[in-house]
Design a protein around this ligand. Structure first.
Ligand code: IVH
Length: 666
């Protein structure tokens, strides 16, 4: 066979095999027998062997999985992969609908699309010129892992798109494992005396993150697509249209998705799913509700990391009863003492639970929880399991009351409770528990993201007095790690590699990693955007901090105090001396960049929230009171005293019309 002939034949066989694969795995409607399929595949394999340079990375033969990897490369998503806010009751669902209507200043029914919330893991698939180029995990939403090799082994993932396709397409969906395959996998693992997977989601996640793609290929994973990321050369008007076009490209879309007119129809859909979910061949943990109209989605935008236009309506929390064997006290990063119930292990919705939080002494008293009690415990979504109530009819009289200690159970220092706080905190400066938790926070994924440096490592290293400060992590060497544990060369090497790789991080991640009280990921981002450099942040006064919209006085005080503490300053210096550097956080730029607005009165068409979003989207800030720092007062009808103040301070007063013109002119 000549090269030209081989090329033609390979192309024909590939096309046929892609189509048959699609018919079998996506449509569940094969046209040829398995034998015939295997025969075509063998034919293609032998041609590719003979002409290896004609083999395409998206050939149907690539589904078996190639050579194992050492580690995964990181992949930065072009658009962040957001997460969803949850609703746990009808009331919370109605609140979501009401919020949307208020934001959009409308009273009419909103059209929603409802979909199953698949209990698996989110991935993004990138197609360039119709061919799969990258498959990545969600990771922290900004950066995930490149698991392309493994994604290719999932038969319902098209390696090449079927129809006329956009130049570049990012598709998002959920990888999951069917209940039957999960059961079979665990049975096999039990026979082989391998640890079992707790639930199908863990099995799916574990399988997609295998370094050896042959293992992934053996796991029978599946994928439902539910959205898109960035697209070049195509535009959708509604979410419903997106789903249908994705289907035409060859993706598997969950056929149970529906359109609903208004929130009542959403609720009816949810009630129906509640009764049928048990019979499904896969696990779901709720229903995702999305505004159908894409221009409306854009207007609504997002808050923090979740869209305003979608919500996960979760199934009610699962409850089980079990016995409290003991109550221990855990010491957190901020020194907070939390009572934890140690339970007779019990399965709650497929996950084994052996601990549940009791929150604080007030909660223990209110529920009258005692050691030895039989209790209901509850697990809702990813939340820490909690004790709901005591089954008092099971009391024998031998139960023991519990009292929170007045000293830290780890370092023995005093535990002090602020009058306006529910918890007591350990005041010990050198408390090893606080140190461990702070270090675990410091290295965690949302902070410095040091892969492989988990709780166990940290605990051993602190116990062995190898690390006393964050900066000690950067002084670790391969030799020190090897001396510590019965660890292989390779894992020690990987650990040092991961530590070095974390030396350059986005500024906001570093701020978050410091563990300043009340400073979560969001606030860290605000601080990074506002101050741009560590030097400026460290010098900020309380007043300056409070100027930042969304930072209140408690937070400002806590941030200020943190940087006033000489121990903290010394530690930051030590970190910098270890070569840490930061990637600057981009300031939102736009026509209102550096401008502060105050809103007053009722605007003709925008709600307050929407006006605020438009200002922020164009780089501006909204403040609640008029001062000499205010640049514009955006005034509607019935403006009140803010207008008088604006007049007194000679601040420009603009109408919604002026405002719209300013944006249009930009
Ligand atoms: S939409 C902005 N749709 O839920 C929209 N997510 O908390 C973000 N998930 O990471 C996601 N089924 O892993 C969407 N039909 C569905 C989903 C779904 C499962 C997961 C996904 C995501 C998480 C959001």
């Amino acid at each position: 066979m000549t090269e030209a002939e081989a090329k033609k034949k390979i192309q024909k066989l590939s096309e046929e095999l892609h189509t048959h694969n699609y018919r079998y795995y996506v449509l569940d409607d094969p046209e040829i027998s398995d034998q015939k399929y295997d025969q075509l595949m063998r034919e293609l394999e032998s041609l590719e062997k003979e002409f290896p340079y004609l083999k395409s990375p998206t050939s149907p033969t690539q589904r078996v999985g190639g050579a194992p990897l050492d580690k995964f490369k990181k992949y930065t998503h072009h658009l962040p992969m957001l997460s969803l806010n949850n609703a746990f009751s009808e009331e919370e669902l109605e609140d979501f609908d009401a919020r949307i209507k208020r934001f959009l200043r409308t009273t009419g029914d909103i059209e929603y699309v409802v979909e199953y919330k698949m209990d698996g893991l989110a991935v993004e698939l990138v197609y360039e010129k119709g061919k799969l180029s990258v498959g990545a995990t969600r990771g922290d939403g900004i950066e995930g892992e490149d698991v392309t090799q493994n994604i290719k082994t999932v038969h319902s993932v098209p390696l090449e798109l079927l129809r006329k396709f956009p130049k570049r397409l990012e598709v998002r969906g959920e990888i999951f494992m069917n209940a039957k395959d999960f059961k079979k996998l665990n049975e096999e693992r039990q026979k082989a005396e391998e640890p079992l997977f707790a639930n199908p989601r863990n099995a799916a996640a574990g399988s997609i993150r295998q370094l050896d793609p042959k293992i992934t290929a053996s796991r029978h994973l599946d994928l439902f697509c539910y959205g898109v990321g960035e697209i070049e050369g195509e535009k959708f008007e509604t979410h419903w249209e997106t789903l249908h076009v994705l289907k035409k490209y060859g993706f598997k879309i969950n056929p149970t998705s529906q359109r609903c007119q208004g929130i009542k129809e959403v609720s009816t859909f949810f009630q129906k799913v509640l009764t049928t979910r048990e019979k499904l061949p896969y696990e779901i943990d709720g229903v995702v509700v999305k505004v159908n109209d894409i221009p409306l989605q854009k207007r609504l935008g997002e808050i923090a990391k979740s869209p305003r236009w979608a919500i996960a309506y979760k199934f009610p929390a699962l409850q089980e009863t079990t016995v409290i064997k003991d109550i221990l006290v855990q010491v957190g990063r901020t020194g907070a003492l939390t009572p934890v119930a140690i339970l007779e292990p019990v399965h709650v919705g497929g996950v084994e639970v052996s601990r549940a939080t009791l929150h604080n002494q007030d909660e223990i008293d209110r529920k009258d929880v005692r050691i030895g009690d039989t209790v209901f415990i509850q697990r809702a979504g990813d939340v820490i399991p909690e004790v709901v109530k005591v089954v008092t009819s099971k009391r024998t009289g031998k139960e023991k009351k519990f009292k929170m200690p007045i000293h830290c159970p780890v370092c023995g220092s005093q535990a002090v409770q602020d009058p306006d706080e529910a918890v007591a905190r350990c005041v010990g400066l050198a408390c090893p528990a606080k140190l461990k938790e702070s270090l675990i926070h410091f290295v965690s994924r949302s902070a410095m993201d040091i892969e492989g440096l988990g709780r166990q490592w940290i605990e051993t290293m602190v116990d062995q007095k190898m690390i006393h400060h964050f900066s000690d992590i950067y002084k670790l060497t391969k030799e020190k790690v090897l001396a510590l544990e019965r660890q292989g060369e390779k894992s020690a090497q990987n650990l040092i590699g991961a530590i070095n790789a974390s030396k350059k991080k986005p500024f906001e991640k570093f701020i978050y990693a410091l563990g300043i009280r009340h400073v979560g990921e969001n606030t860290a981002k605000l601080l990074a955007e506002h101050f741009q450099t560590l030097e400026k942040l460290m010098k900020a006064t309380q007043e300056e901090l409070e100027q930042i919209h969304e930072i209140g006085s408690i937070m400002a005080e806590s941030i200020y105090d943190f940087f006033q503490d000489s121990k903290n300053v010394e530690e930051i210096k030590r970190l910098l001396a270890q070569g840490l550097s930061f990637i600057k956080t981009q300031k939102k730029s736009g026509i209102f960049s550096g401008k502060t607005f105050v809103l007053t009165g009722t605007l003709p068409t925008y709600s307050r929230d929407e006006a605020k979003k438009m200002i922020e989207d164009h780089g501006g800030k909204v403040s609640s009171s008029v001062s000499h720092k205010t640049d514009y007062v955006l005034a509607g009808t019935d403006p009140g005293s803010k207008l008088t103040q604006a007049n007194e301070l000679k601040v420009s007063i603009i109408s919604e019309d002026d405002f719209k013109k300013m944006i249009k002119a930009s």
